[in-house]
Design a protein around this ligand. Structure first.
Ligand code: ADP
Ligand code: MG
Length: 323
């Protein structure tokens, strides 16, 4: 199977026919042509997945296809942008048709669920490496930027954090991680659910200010948002949503999973207290649970508060590939 046969067989599909498709020209020419809605801004993000670094060589290709697109859709969600399409740059050690079919199946199932078609890419021989670029659109002024948090804002998280980290430790055989909740936690690690419906709903809420998606751990990613916005925050620890699988862990490890887990792909966002009803409505409209976990403060830094309001020390930072 040559390069072009590979693309035709696994990645080229009939053009989307939906009325709101932005794709004027998809795979096959030198460029794709996208037509955003009038007056909208483009939101663009790339994420690369490298074997050995982001996934294991024996990972289920269907799950890998899902995750490669999910982490990119999550970036659009964090901006409140509606997905328009994506490109896929792929380096493969060899053209394994069965592997490619399953990879494409996982990727296209998620792409179809988000009406986000594949519009182009590049294919080459090399160590397994995937790079997806997503394109989205957002109305001017409605993007949920990291630098937009204000002192006095409520701090929210969607879904719950920590299960992906638990699954990773269970796969590594780490003793404290045990085996409780293994299947569900592993699904969170391998097949994360990007929160696009919530992100788009939040972008229309006037009082919703800043957002970031959680890829490297809640505390570390919140740190990026705080720094960009020039503010600090308090998290009320008892308010953090805790998955059943995490409930039996020793306190320190539970906290580590919740706050420094990584691979959560939930949204962390801030909104004015006046917007609480609108946030609840956005949560209901998008069928995505959200929990208020703290607030944005003038004083810089992150403070973790226990049940009695006491400061709880916590040293872990987010995952940094070069640390
Ligand atoms: P070029 O020579 O301009 O780089 P290619 O021969 O690499 O073009 O690709 C031919 C067409 O196939 C282009 O439209 C390109 O976007 C598309 N394409 C290549 N690889 C992929 C891929 N992995 N997924 C989707 N489309 C792809
Ligand atoms: Mg090319």
């Amino acid at each position: 199977m040559g390069e072009f046969e590979l693309i035709r067989r696994h990645f080229q599909r009939a053009p989307a026919t939906g009325g709101d498709s932005a794709v004027v020209l998809g795979i096959g020419d030198d460029c794709a042509l996208l037509q955003p809605s009038p007056g909208h801004q483009l939101a663009i993000s790339s994420d690369m997945l490298v074997e050995g670094r982001h996934f294991f060589a024996d990972v289920d290709p269907e799950a890998l296809g899902h995750k490669a697109l999910a982490v990119n859709l999550s970036d659009l969600a964090a901006m409140g942008a509606r997905p328009l399409g994506f490109t896929l740059a792929l380096a493969l050690p060899h053209a394994d048709s069965d592997w490619l079919a399953r990879f494409a199946q996982g990727m296209f199932a998620l792409a179809d669920a988000h009406a986000c078609p594949l519009v182009g890419g590049d294919t080459t021989r090399g160590p397994l490496n995937l790079c997806i670029t997503v394109f989205g659109e957002v109305r001017p002024g409605q993007a949920l930027r990291r630098d937009a948090a204000r002192a006095g804002d409520d701090l929210y998280v969607s879904g719950r954090t920590g299960e992906a980290r638990l699954a990773l430790e269970q796969l590594r055989g780490t003793e404290w991680a045990g085996a409780v909740g293994g299947a569900e936690a592993r699904a969170r690690l391998e097949r994360p659910t990007p929160r696009n419906a919530l992100g788009v709903a939040l972008s229309a809420v006037a009082g919703a200010h800043a957002a970031i998606d959680l890829s490297d751990g809640l505390a570390g990613d919140l740190g990026h948002l705080l720094q960009a916005s020039g503010v600090g925050a308090e998290i009320h620890l008892p308010a953090l949503p805790v998955a059943p699988a995490l409930q039996g862990l020793p306190d320190a490890h539970r906290l580590e999973c919740l706050l420094a887990g990584g691979d959560d792909y939930e949204l962390l966002f801030t909104a004015a207290p006046e917007a609480r009803e609108a946030i609840a409505q956005a949560s209901a409209d998008s069928a995505t649970p959200v929990t208020r976990i703290g607030r944005i403060a003038v004083a810089p830094g992150l403070r973790l508060l226990g049940a009695a309001g006491q400061v709880v020390p916590f040293g872990a930072q987010g995952f940094d590939h070069f640390a």
